[in-house]
Design a protein. Structure first.
Lengths: 114, 116
């Protein structure tokens, strides 16, 4: 069985400071991991994904995430937050255990202060 | 390229009534997903289709929810009868491949259901 835990329900940063959104996963197989972003009144959009190639994955809008198997983590980072980054972020795990069912975390709300 | 289309965008019904949602995935996408997103939570997968076959519906409340994917393209999700706890946003997503766990999902705008 697979599961994903987003460790913070809310993260608050000032514009121009680094962003860290934490995600831990559990999977019995080699997982694929994703981060999706949901802006207010907009649909979910893929930020980046890990699919067993490079462990450091770069996504859109300056975000990146590092797959750490030993820590079962896939934290999302950005060096400098922008006001437009304020949104809900979801970590997703999907593994090849036969069913390819994606499991979403509960979400982390990123708040960016001017 | 046109995105995933959903209708209606909003629906308000009274409990015990029926409701149906429609989804048109991106052309050529083999896999279609229906999710339920309750306020403050992450999306929960209700059902996953590959072409017109069901891959997983383990979290679909089958006593009241049903879904079909006509000819492997459009899909409808129905609730009959609705309960107060069904109030949520219903998201449809599609992805290109079949049996590919690393596929990107493309999401529609969702249908916001309020059950009074």
């Amino acid at each position: 069985a697979q599961s994903v835990t987003q460790l913070d329900s809310h993260v608050s940063v000032s514009e121009g400071t680094p962003v860290l959104l934490r995600c831990n996963y559990s999977s019995s197989y080699s997982p694929s991991l994703f981060w999706y972003v949901q802006h207010p009144n907009k649909g979910l959009q893929l930020l980046l994904k890990y699919t067993s190639a490079a462990t450091l994955v770069k996504g859109i809008n300056g975000f990146e995430a590092e797959f750490k198997k030993s820590e079962t983590s896939f934290h999302l980072t950005k060096p400098s937050a922008h006001m437009s980054d304020a949104a809900e972020y979801f970590c997703v795990v999907s593994d090849q255990g036969g069913s390819y069912i994606p499991t979403f975390g509960r979400g982390t709300s990123l708040i960016v202060h001017p | 390229e046109a995105g995933v289309a959903q209708s209606p965008r909003y629906k308000i019904i009274e409990k015990r009534q029926s409701v149906a949602f429609w989804c048109n995935p991106i052309s050529g996408h083999a896999t279609l997903y229906w999710y339920q997103q309750i306020l403050g939570q992450g999306p929960k997968l209700l059902i996953q289709f590959q072409n017109n076959g069901v891959v997983d519906d383990s979290q679909l409340p089958k006593d009241r929810f049903s879904a079909e994917r006509l000819k492997g393209v459009d899909s409808t999700l129905k609730i009959q009868p609705a309960k107060l706890e069904d109030s949520a946003v219903y998201l449809c997503a599609s992805s290109l491949g079949v049996g590919r766990w690393a596929d990107t999902q493309y999401f529609g705008p969702g249908t916001r259901l309020t059950v009074l």
